[in-house]
Structure formats: C-alpha cells, structure tokens
Design a protein around this ligand. Sequence first.
Ligand SMILES: Nc1ncnc2c1ncn2[C@@H]1O[C@H](COP(=O)(O)OP(=O)(O)OP(=O)(O)O)[C@@H](O)[C@H]1O
Ligand SMILES: [Mg+2]
Length: 349
Amino acid sequence: MFGLGAKSIIGLDIGSSSVKLVEAEKRRSGWVIRSFSSVTLPEDTIVDGEIVNHAAVVEAIKNVYKESNAKSKYVCTSVSGSSVIIKHISLPKTAPSELEDQVYWEAEQYIPFDMSEISLDFEVVQEDAGDGKMDILLVAAKKDFIEKRLAAVRESELTTEILDIDTLALANTFWENYDVNQDSASVLVDVGASLMKINIVNQNTTIFTRDVAIGGKNLTQEIQNKLGISFQEAEVLKIDACTTGQIPEEIAPLVTAISENIALEIRRSLDFYAATPTQQPLNSVYLCGGASRIPNLANMLGEMLGLQIEYLNPFAKVTCSGREFNEEFIAAISSSAVVPLGLAMRGVE
Ligand SMILES: Nc1ncnc2c1ncn2[C@@H]1O[C@H](COP(=O)(O)OP(=O)(O)OP(=O)(O)O)[C@@H](O)[C@H]1O
Ligand SMILES: [Mg+2]
C-alpha cells in the first residue's frame, strides 16, 4: 500500500516465527514463483507485530536473502497487528487532485493516533458508491512502527519499495489464484505463530478485516508449560505430533483447546461482519498460515460455522519454476507461501 516506487521486487514476509522470501516473475502465461526460502527467528523477536530484537531480524533477512539467490535487492514487505488500521470510509465525490487532502482530513476522525505520527495510504474502491459518495479503503500505521521494519530491511542491505499489510497480501494471492463468484464473499484466514489475520473479500476488494492475537505460539507455550520443557523442545514436539497425527495423550487436550479458541475467534469475526451494513453472503473459508495445519481445526471450524472450509492453494494458478519445487516441497510450503507470494506479486517485471 505504501508505494515507494516501482521496480522488479521480491516479497519479504517478516513473520513473528520466521522470515520468508518469495521471488516471482510475471510472464505472459501468468505469475511464476522462482524461489521460496524461510529462516526461523528466535522466540520473542517480534511481539504484537513489533520488532523487539532488531539484530535477530537483520541476521534472518540476510540469511534468507542469501539462501534464496534472489537477483533483485528491492523488496515489498509488510506489517500487521494492532498498530495497523484498515478501514472503509465514505467520502463525498471529490476530484482526483483534491482527493488526498480530503482523505487525510476525513481520516482524522477515524484514527486514534496523532496524525503527525502516522503514515496514511488509500485506495478508491468505488468512485460512485451512490448518494454522491465514493468508497475509499484507508490504510494507516504508526510511523515509528513502520520505521522499525524499514530499518531492519535497510540494514540487511535491501531497499523497501513497497510496504504492504499482511491481510492485503493474503487477498492478493487469493485473487490471483481463484475465480470468485460476484454475489458472495470469501473468508480468508491466515493463522500465523502470533497473529491470526482475517480478511473477508469479494471479487475485487477487502470488505472486512480483523487481526486477533492468537496463533501457533500459544500452543507451543502451553505444551512448554505443561511438560516443563524449553520453547524449542515444545515446538519440535508439537510439529512432530501435528504432522504425524500421533498426538501424545498429555497434549491432546491442549491441541483441542487451541483449535476451539481459533475457531471461536473466527466465528466472532463473522458475527462482527454480519453486523456491518453492506454484507454479502459468505461462500467458503480459505485457511493458510503454519498454524492452520493444527489437526482437526478445519473440521471443527466447518461444524461450528456451517460453511465450506478449504486450504487456500497459492499454486492453484501461480506456477513454479525450478527443480526444488517438487510435489513434497510445494505441499510443505503452501500454507506459509501465501503472504510472501502476495507481496512478491505487487511488483512488475
Ligand atoms: N504442521 C503444522 N502443524 C501445526 N502447526 C504448525 C505446523 N507447521 C507450522 N506450524 C506452526 O505455525 C506457526 C508458524 O506459521 P507462520 O509461518 O504462518 O507464522 P508467522 O508468519 O511467522 O507468524 P505471524 O504471521 O503470526 O507473525 C508456528 O507457530 C508453527 O509452530
Ligand atoms: Mg505470517
């Protein structure tokens, strides 16, 4: 959203548990992913979307970049969490030359921070939304919060060309891969390590977003506390249990409880959505993010919501180029590639 130029760029997703990089190019036949790399971050490097261990992030970005063999030094990266505001606002129809001032003026009412402390961007969703109004999607984030991301990228000797929002990158990957019905909306859910990002979209715009502070890290911490082991040991045990489906008896109730909590938060978001004035009926829920793979989450969600639940496939239309993209690798990365791919596809090549 916060565009700083337009060059060949790579997608750099600085998540709270790992930094992920995607290099993609647009060919005549469509988008092709050339590389995907990921480097794990130490525990508590990023808390509520905010970088608290700067050196660890810089090291991870340098390592992931090296591993990727990417050519471009220009990146599109993203922010998420409670310091980011995404909101639809309705404005009286305004000439393009005056729009920026008008949006800025109007935004002051909606933004709970001092305007001098925030970066603001917007997109015209509908030029004619009826009654002489236009529909604008407003995106704002605190400057100091953004600056920490930009500084980490800069110190890694890369240049941020575009600063995006996780939820919007999620939608970008969805639209590139799915043909959607005009009369209904889809629920996109990215369950990360610390934050669950929800974006309800129709065929071309974000209608409703919500970030909830819940994710895979909560389950790891509960296993850690219950078994009296380190975070790292608990993480290994958890991934092993979740991928093999052989869940030790002592942690099974913890797995069920986190799935229930995630499902309840999704349901709560759909209740908020149902209370908004311009609602379209919902078709499916599309899940992604590492923690969306917690066993039984999809089933539980399906039962609770009565909607069809699918895993968002970032490779439904986007193709892969390179030997490492065998079936096993594609299956392993598909839930974590969604956001960095959405970022990479902001570039033009
Ligand atoms: N197969 C699996 N089953 C269960 N959980 C998994 C699995 N694979 C990864 N995870 C969990 O997913 C989380 C990482 O997901 P992801 O990479 O989407 O998060 P992130 O982008 O780093 O975090 P965030 O978006 O919240 O900042 C970790 O908590 C990890 O333990
Ligand atoms: Mg993430």
